[in-house]
Design a protein around this ligand. Structure first.
Ligand code: AMP
Length: 369
């Protein structure tokens, strides 16, 4: 069976490899001939809005999905006229615009940090006065890995923030003094079955995910249940099919949604070695109508992103329990070019592995964020 995928980055590369043993062949559409997914599947090089390239992607595909959410909704809709498209284009639309996303999350009962849409400098000044400082100004669209964001620490920062970002539609959010960042990864099948992975604890620096720990430590059943309820509230009204990630801020017992991704997610990479079924396999199972796989963890895992620079592969692979994934991308500051997953039987053993491997990972060179 052929699966068309919009986007050909490392997420697509890992999808293709998960599909291989299931007899699923992925074909990708990406504007770059260097797209990493081309190493594991057929690559159509073209723009996301080029009708001929979209038709080529859909040709013979039983289903089309995405590994990148900033593709035009109109392209997903065009494809939906030719074949099945999962997750539904509406999920893509919701997650592309931070204002639409927050309105949707609030409408289904998932709490988000206090926010205001911003369309002018005066609106920004009023919103800063209303929400208070610190606050984070973000572009509504096309933001990722902390790009298109400005931290407003005092009302005096409004001019500079506006000068930097004011050309695009914006949203202002209260800065959340969270206890930690978590993500919930959930999958919904074509039959409506839902499965959730254990909560993941994430560390970001400079807006970029650096490390995930899974299952997250100190998660009482009520917290896991709340996160799963949030996921269900997003999945069901959208009649969603596929993997969904929601990034969360934990504040006390509460969980505020930061953003959602209608696709496999970086904070789920640990599932390749650390869960009974990987997020990539479960995404493909869902969109092709196969039964969902067990989302339980096997031991405890740490996923360390390789950003801008690579470690010596031999030094990492010498450590038992360390798994190396290199995406074949040219290193650039701030660019995710691989990851290492460590899997152990106990938290103490995982801590020992981390102490061995983390010092081997070179810091992200300056200039990326
Ligand atoms: P985003 O691009 O919205 O996922 O933001 C990237 C990272 O910036 C998040 O994972 C947080 O670490 C931080 N961040 C974003 N928004 C806020 C906020 N409202 N309050 C505190 N930290 C934030």
């Amino acid at each position: 069976m052929r699966v068309g995928v919009l986007g050909g980055g490392q997420l697509g590369w890992m999808l293709a490899r998960a599909g291989d043993p299931l007899g699923l062949r992925c074909r990708f559409l990406d504007p770059s001939p260097e797209a990493p997914a081309g190493r594991a599947g057929e690559l159509v090089v073209g723009a996301y809005d080029d009708p001929a390239s979209l038709d080529r992607l859909a040709d013979g595909a039983a289903v089309v999905t995405y590994e990148f959410e900033n593709v035009p909704v109109s392209s997903a809709e065009r494809l939906a006229g030719r074949t099945r498209v999962f997750p539904p284009p509406r999920a893509l639309e919701v997650s592309q615009d931070r204002v639409t996303e927050k309105r949707f999350l609030e409408s289904v009962g998932v709490p988000v940090p206090p926010w205001r849409p911003i369309g002018s400098r005066d609106e920004l000044a009023r919103a800063v006065a209303h929400l208070g400082c610190p606050a984070v100004l973000k572009t509504r669209r096309l933001g990722y890995d902390g790009k298109g964001q400005y931290l407003i620490e005092t009302p005096g920062d409004v001019e500079r923030a506006w000068a930097q970002l004011g050309a695009a539609p914006l949203v202002l959010e209260s800065f959340v003094r969270f206890d930690r960042e978590l993500s919930v990864l959930a999958v919904r099948g074509r039959d409506g079955a839902i499965a959730c992975y254990p909560l993941v604890e994430n560390l970001h620096r400079g807006g970029i995910l650096r490390r995930s720990l899974a299952p997250a430590d100190r998660v009482p059943p009520a917290l896991q249940a709340r996160a799963e309820q949030h996921a269900r509230r997003v999945l069901e009204p959208l009649d969603y099919v596929g993997m969904l990630a929601i990034e969360l801020f934990q504040v006390g017992e509460g969980l505020l949604a930061n953003e959602m991704a209608p696709r496999v997610h970086n904070s789920g990479h640990w599932t390749i070695e650390g869960a009974a079924t990987s997020q990539f396999e479960n995404h493909l199972r869902a969109v092709t109508g196969l039964p969902l796989g067990d989302t339980g963890a096997r031991g405890v895992s740490a996923m360390l992103n390789l950003i801008g620079a690579l470690p010596d592969p031999a030094s990492v692979l010498r450590v038992p329990g360390a798994h190396l994934h290199l995406y074949g991308k040219t290193p650039r500051p701030g660019r995710k070019i691989g990851h290492v997953t460590l899997v152990a039987d106990s938290r103490a053993a995982l801590d020992r592995l981390r102490a061995e491997v983390e010092p081997l990972i070179p810091p992200d060179p300056p200039g990326g964020s």
